[in-house]
Write a protein that binds this ligand. Structure first.
Ligand SMILES: [Zn+2]
Ligand SMILES: [Zn+2]
Length: 229
């Protein structure tokens, strides 16, 4: 599992919905210390003895007591084997201590994740080349953010190179990345105040749908079903 922003009861329900139990988790990777990614992890890891992986910076940023937890550190470029999967960490551009995102492969298919980055660096673009499935941040619609009630400093933070990707940023990335293997894109990490699922879908579809690539939008309540890649 990647990230755990929800409380333990919520996680139980969400795992159950996809036919899983917490005891079955072999590892949880935490991308960075922000609450929507890390808030629920400590009680879950403690209760079920689940191994955790995160950067040292994320550990420092969380500032929590991890004694009794099987805590492992990883950094940009590390490749970690979890069962039959190889999980690779790469650095992103975000206002956290040492944020990472991940791609993983079973030797046949490659899945890439990219959320919580204010820009797509050449390094990120290389790491996410030739994915079969991409989970891609579509955080905000430019127009909605411009007219939203958010204070100016928060708008600047979201738009900055250490903030988040807009729908248009995500679409530009998709037009530039090596998508020779790409079968599906899941738009995710949509802002509840500054985006609409239809806007995110439209931006991503304009970038890739003519290439026969399936487009889905994950909403915060329901996520997505299992996806075959
Ligand atoms: Zn986030
Ligand atoms: Zn964040």
């Amino acid at each position: 599992m990647f990230d755990c922003g929800f409380g333990i009861r919520d996680i139980h329900q969400r795992l159950k919905r996809v036919g899983c139990q917490p005891e079955e988790l072999d590892a949880v990777f935490i991308t960075h210390e922000h609450g929507d990614h890390a808030n629920g992890i400590l009680p879950l890891a403690k209760r079920y003895g689940i191994p955790l992986w995160m950067s040292n910076g994320t550990f420092q940023g969380m500032g929590k007591d991890f004694s009794e937890v099987d805590l492992n550190f990883c950094r940009d470029g590390d490749c970690i084997e979890i069962g039959s999967l190889k999980v690779t960490a790469f650095t992103t551009s975000h206002d956290a201590r040492e944020p990472l995102q991940f791609h993983l492969t079973d030797g046949v298919s490659k899945i890439g994740m990219l959320t919580d980055t204010g820009q797509v660096t050449p390094h990120i673009q290389r790491e996410l080349s030739a994915c079969h499935l991409l989970l891609l941040e579509c955080n905000y619609d430019e127009g909605m953010l411009r007219t939203s009630h958010y204070p100016e400093h928060l708008k600047r933070r979201i738009r900055s190179v250490y903030g988040h990707l807009s729908n248009d940023d995500a679409a530009s990335f998709l037009m530039e990345v090596d998508r020779s293997c790409l079968r599906a894109v899941v738009a995710c990490h949509l802002s509840q105040n500054n985006n609409l699922a239809d806007y995110a879908r439209k931006a991503i579809e304009e970038a890739v749908s003519r290439h026969g690539i399936q487009v889905m939008v994950a909403d915060q309540e329901n996520g997505t079903d299992w996806i075959d890649v």
